[in-house]
Design a protein around this ligand. Structure first.
Ligand code: FES
Length: 200
């Protein structure tokens, strides 16, 4: 029987919660798969949507973003803004035919080392089942990575940034932070740019 695939996972962890949770899991000798390479950010609100797209374009099979629980962000609304960025990443993935389970944003407080371990263990197992980027989707990896790189570039551009800003403003005005509501806002505000991107 062949060995299970060992996925390359890139993680963006908030300094105040998941990064500390990962640290405490290590100190507490909790075991979890070693596949994740971590980039520490001060808040998930710092996550630019181009980061996960760039990560996938340059070799990662899956991306994890870990932040403070909703309502507990040290910068108030940072994790809600991260949900806006995440919605764009998922929308791009859908349009490129990539399995959206390759990108996860989830929460674990600093005191939740075991919860962090559970999230990462499950996510790693799922990424292993999906295999190398594009394999489960039947997509040619080189062409896919080129499209992801183009999407990352577009995500840094003015048009998409304006769309995301408008989506964030509406989200904060309505105080509706459900993921499906945010996904709808992002799809609507960025539709034209996304159509241009995926038609290219
Ligand atoms: Fe942790 Fe904002 S400080 S998500």
């Amino acid at each position: 029987m062949s060995e299970p695939y060992s996925p390359k996972i890139l993680g963006f962890l908030c300094n105040w919660c998941c990064y500390t949770a990962a640290d405490s899991a290590g100190v507490g000798r909790y075991q979890y798969p070693p596949n994740i390479r971590v980039i520490r950010i001060m808040c998930t609100g710092r996550l630019d949507p181009s980061f996960p797209l760039e990560g996938l374009a340059t070799g990662a099979d899956a991306i994890f973003v870990g932040g403070c629980h909703p309502g507990e962000c040290h910068y108030l609304d940072g994790n809600y803004h991260a949900l806006v960025s995440a919605a764009l990443v998922h929308e791009v993935m859908d349009r490129l035919g990539l399995d959206r389970r390759r990108f996860l944003i989830d929460w674990a407080s600093a005191a939740e080392g075991p919860n962090f371990v559970k999230i990462i263990t499950n996510f790693t197992q799922q990424a292993a089942e999906l295999g190398p980027l594009g394999q489960a989707e039947g997509l040619e990896p080189e062409a896919l990575r080129a499209k992801l790189a183009a999407a990352a570039e577009a995500a840094r551009g003015r048009k998409i940034r304006t769309g995301l800003l408008n989506a964030s403003k509406e989200m904060l005005k309505n105080r509706d932070f459900k993921r499906e509501t945010i996904a709808g806002l992002v799809a609507a505000k960025c539709e034209k740019s996304l159509n241009e991107l995926t038609a290219a």
